[in-house]
Design a protein around this ligand. Structure first.
Ligand code: CA
Length: 501
């Protein structure tokens, strides 16, 4: 019998598709990720299921859309009965381990209600955790992310305890979410270095084991604050980075919360629910971001991706050195993208622009996934879990909403799906979005609102012309609305029918 493959899922945080050299970007240097893509399949139209952390991560690991798994926003725990890849693979002999940022629990709030909320500089969470037998977790991002197992590791490296802080100098006079921060954090102690080193250590441990493994690597970057070790920041060439794409007046035909986000008014608007709008927080707005600040903020962001690239190189080289590369399926993706000032807005949230929802996805397993394959057909990150199970020759549970991509990867199918669904519930009483994306169109329905969005992605790839109210497009609009209802019906909870009556 053939041995089961090892599986490594690498999930970064808030990474844009254009942050990869293999996506055609000349201003970012990602040799290791380009090579990984060249050794496998690179997807140019992979869509996340939700524009923020927890819901999207739960979808990647469970193969279910947000309506099905129920973790509808950040600040909450993924329900314990949701089954992840770890729950499916551990009982069939897999050793399961997680290193890095998970964000499957609320990051704050009452500590007795969330394990991850307990993580701080002195407190770690060891697992078992959501089907992973062991975990080494951290919480937060860059300047605010030296916590949990990562903090313990830094302390051990320094020998004489953790300094009160690693100081950082902000390059903009106010924090708009994309501010560049020059950070007094040595490269060898950076969070991406930690994820690489601990992942490599696990891979080395597994060299002599008969068990296959599932390793999940969760990078905290390139999530804001955009902070880089001084030594790395010095090498940046911000002048090479394109300025954000924004045309004055382009938000006029959009739902009102778009322009409010730009003006920094979301937090005081009718769209704010019990908490600030996820992905925007109490942002002061972006109208005053200068070209110089924007370019620098973007340069630091892409620099953070380059550090991830180097870390991924170390993880792959640990597989090579231990002779496990040929039998390891590697998935590289992220939870959602980032606007970086495009359309006049930074970060993410209830704006389903391509920069937020069309995300990086690479799958590599030499001899099993065609090398150098570029997949331009649409896929969803809910397809990751069923595809992993298929490649591990394990049954795919009916409860998964994702489809098995293997027939498409093997050339037996031209396309895996006709549309993808993206859901966002910012607040059950406020902004709720259902987006359907097809080959040509993208429609976003806002529940109980008079506004909506419709784009022709072929004619208008920059999503500048909202066709929602265009009289000539009402047939298309009705067809896409029908698809949302059809898709939603499939997510309803259904008990198993056992007999006629
Ligand atoms: Ca995230």
């Amino acid at each position: 019998m053939l041995a089961k493959p090892n599986v490594i899922t690498i999930i970064t945080d808030q990474q844009r598709l254009d942050s990869l050299g293999c996506a055609g970007s000349s201003f970012v240097n990602t040799p290791n990720l380009n090579r990984l893509a060249g050794n496998g399949a690179f997807f140019t139209r992979a869509y996340c299921s939700n524009p923020v952390c927890t819901p999207s991560r739960a979808s990647i690991l469970s193969g279910c859309y947000v309506s099905k798994h129920g973790a509808w926003n950040v600040g909450m725990n993924v329900p314990q009965d949701v089954k992840f890849l770890s729950h499916h693979l551990h009982p069939v002999g897999y050793r399961t381990h997680y290193v890095g940022k998970a964000h499957l629990n609320a990051s704050g709030g009452p500590k007795d209600k969330s394990l991850e909320a307990q993580i701080d500089e002195d407190t770690v969470v060891d697992g078992p955790y959501y089907g992973f037998e062991t975990v080494e977790l951290t919480r937060g991002h860059s300047l605010r992310g030296v916590t949990g197992h990562y903090a313990q590791w830094v302390k051990q490296k320094l020998g004489d305890g953790l300094p009160d802080e690693f100081p950082a100098e902000e390059k903009a006079s106010y924090n708009f979410g994309g501010t560049a921060c020059e950070w007094d954090m040595p490269l060898e102690l950076h969070n991406s270095t930690w994820v690489a080193e601990r992942s490599a250590a696990f891979i080395e441990e597994m060299e002599s084991s008969d068990q296959p493994f599932l390793l999940c690597c969760g990078f905290q970057d390139p999530h804001h604050p955009h902070a880089l070790p001084k030594e790395y920041a010095a090498q940046l060439e911000p002048e090479k980075i394109p300025l954000p794409a924004y045309r004055e007046g382009e938000l006029m035909d959009k739902p009102p919360h778009f322009a409010m986000a730009r003006r920094g008014e979301l937090c005081i608007s009718e769209f704010r629910g019990g908490f600030a709008v996820a992905g925007q927080g109490d942002s002061p707005g972006y109208e005053d971001v200068t070209d110089e600040e924007a370019r620098l903020g973007k340069a630091y962001y892409y620099g953070m991706v380059e550090l991830i690239d180097q870390a991924v190189g170390r993880i792959i080289s640990a597989l090579e050195k231990t002779g496990q590369l040929a039998n390891t399926l590697i998935i590289f993706t992220t939870d959602h993208g980032e606007l970086l000032g495009d359309h006049g807005i930074w970060m993410k949230g209830p704006f389903h622009y391509e920069q937020i929802v069309n995300v990086p996805l690479i799958m590599s397993w030499p001899k099993h996934i065609p090398q150098g394959m570029v997949v331009d057909e649409m896929v969803s990150l809910v397809d990751v879990a069923p595809t992993v199970l298929s490649l591990c020759r394990e049954p795919i549970p009916h409860s998964m909403d994702g489809v098995d991509l293997v027939p498409m990867l093997k050339g037996q199918q031209n396309q895996a799906r006709e549309h993808v669904l993206i859901e966002c519930i910012d607040d059950p009483d406020r902004l709720r979005l259902k987006t359907i994306v097809t080959k040509q169109h993208k429609l976003t329905y806002y529940l109980e609102k008079d506004f909506g969005e419709l784009y022709d992605l072929v004619e208008d790839p920059e999503e500048l012309v909202n066709l929602w109210s265009n009289p000539d497009k009402q047939q298309v609009k009705i067809a896409l609305l029908k698809r949302i209802i059809d898709t939603q019906e499939g997510l309803e909870r259904r008990a198993e029918r056992l007999s006629y009556a």
